[in-house]
Design a protein around this ligand. Structure first.
Ligand code: HMG
Ligand code: MG
Length: 299
C-alpha cells in the first residue's frame, strides 16, 4: 500500500461527460457559465466539451461556440474530446491546446461508441497524436470499460493492460481508466490499476469512475492506496455515456473533494463554492442530485 498523497489533481469532466448525456440540450451560455464557475472553484483541469460528430452527440454540437466563449484563466487547462483528425482540426481552429482521444478495452462497446474496432479507433487517432506532437498539444487517452462492458460483460485484465500500454506508447501523456458503467468494486479496481501500472508509469494514470452502484468513492480510495494521483469527477454527479445503456453519472466532484479533504489531501478546490455550483447546475438542468452528502449539507 502506498502512502496517502498530499495532493490529488481533479479532472472535472462535468461540462463534457455530464452534459453529453442530458436529455435536453443545454444552451451554450449555460455551459460557458458552468465552466467559468468551475474555474472559480479552483479546479485547474476542466474538460470543456467534445468535438465528436454532432450527429452522434447533438448535446455538444455547440463545441466551437462554447470553447470560444470561455474566458480562459491563467493556470487552468481546458482539454476537449476528439475522436479523429476532423475533431482535432475543429478543436485547434478555436485554439484548444489539450485534447483527449478515446477507445475501449471491449470491442463491443467500442463499436457502439465509435463505430469502429479498437484497432480502427486507434488508427483514427494516430494522426491526431502525430499532429499534437508537432503542435505541442497535450493528449490524454481514455480507456473505457476497464471493469466491465454493458454488452460483453467481463473484460479481461489483459485487454485493459494491452490497450493502456498502446495508448502510452503512442504518446498519450495521461491515460484515464474508465469504469464506464460503474460496475467496479474496490478489489477489482485495485487489481486493474496494479496490472496497468506494471506497464505504464503510475504518474501517467488517472481513474474515472461512474457511480452506478454507489462504489465510486471506495474504488477511488483503493486506487489512491495503490498510488494514483489523478481523479476524474463530475460536478453534481452528472454524466454518462449515451452509448453505454444503464450507466449513470460520474462520481460527484463535491463528494470526491469532501472525501479527499477529510483524508487530509489537498485539491485546491473551494468545497462550499463547488457545492453551490452543483446546486446551480441542478437548477439549470431541472433536477438535483440529492444523493450527494456534500449537496445535502453544503458548507
Ligand atoms: P462515423 O459515422 O463512423 O464516422 O462516426 P465517419 O468518419 O464515417 O463520418 C460520418 C459523418 O460524421 C461525416 O459527416 C463526418 O463529416 C462527420 P457527413 O458526411 O455524414 O455529413 N464527422 C464529424 N463531424 C464533426 N466532428 C467530427 C467528426 N467526425 C466525423 N470529429 C465517430 C465515427 C467517431 C465520428 C462517431 O462515432 C462519434 O463521433 N462518436 C462519439 C461518441 C461519443 O462522443 N461518445 C461519448 C464520449 S466517450 C465517453 O463518454 C467515455 C469516457 O467518458 C470514459 C468512460 O466513461 O469510460 C471518455
Ligand atoms: Mg465517462
Amino acid at each position: 500500500m502506498n502512502a496517502i498523497p498530499e495532493h490529488v489533481r481533479i479532472v472535472e469532466v462535468g461540462p463534457r461527460d455530464g452534459l453529453q448525456n442530458e436529455k435536453t440540450i443545454v444552451p451554450a451560455a449555460i455551459k460557458i457559465e458552468l465552466i467559468e464557475r468551475l474555474a472559480d472553484c479552483g479546479l485547474q483541469t476542466i474538460e470543456a466539451t467534445s468535438f465528436v460528430s454532432p450527429k452522434w452527440v447533438p448535446q455538444l454540437a455547440d463545441a466551437t461556440e462554447v470553447y470560444q466563449g470561455i474566458r480562459k484563466r491563467e493556470g487552468v487547462r481546458y482539454p476537449v474530446l476528439v475522436p479523429n483528425l476532423q475533431g482535432y482540426d475543429r478543436a485547434r481552429a478555436v485554439g484548444a491546446d489539450g485534447v483527449a482521444v478515446f477507445t475501449a478495452a471491449s470491442e463491443a462497446f467500442n463499436r457502439k461508441n465509435t463505430n469502429a474496432t479498437i484497432d480502427e479507433s486507434i488508427d483514427r487517432f494516430v494522426p491526431v497524436l502525430q499532429r499534437a506532437r508537432e503542435d505541442g498539444v497535450r493528449v490524454r487517452g481514455y480507456l473505457s470499460t476497464v471493469l466491465g462492458c454493458p454488452f460483453q460483460g467481463d473484460v479481461p485484465l489483459s485487454d485493459v493492460v494491452r490497450v493502456s500500454k498502446r495508448l502510452h506508447e503512442l504518446g498519450c501523456a495521461e491515460i484515464s481508466l474508465g469504469d464506464t458503467i460503474g460496475v467496479g468494486t474496490p478489489d477489482k479496481a485495485r487489481a486493474m490499476l496494479r496490472a496497468v501500472a506494471a506497464e505504464v508509469p503510475m504518474d501517467a494514470l488517472a481513474v474515472h469512475f461512474h457511480n452506478t452502484y454507489g462504489h465510486a468513492l471506495e474504488n477511488i480510495t483503493a486506487c489512491l492506496e495503490e498510488g494514483v494521483r489523478i481523479v476524474d469527477s463530475s460536478v453534481s454527479g452528472a454524466g454518462g455515456c449515451p452509448y453505454a445503456p444503464g450507466a449513470t453519472g460520474n462520481v460527484a466532484s463535491e463528494d470526491v473533494v469532501y472525501m479527499l479533504h477529510g483524508m487530509g489531501i489537498e485539491t485546491g478546490v473551494d468545497l462550499p463554492r463547488l457545492v453551490e455550483t452543483g446546486l446551480w447546475l441542478g437548477r439549470q438542468l431541472g433536477h438535483r442530485n440529492v444523493t450527494s452528502p456534500a449537496l445535502a449539507h453544503p458548507g
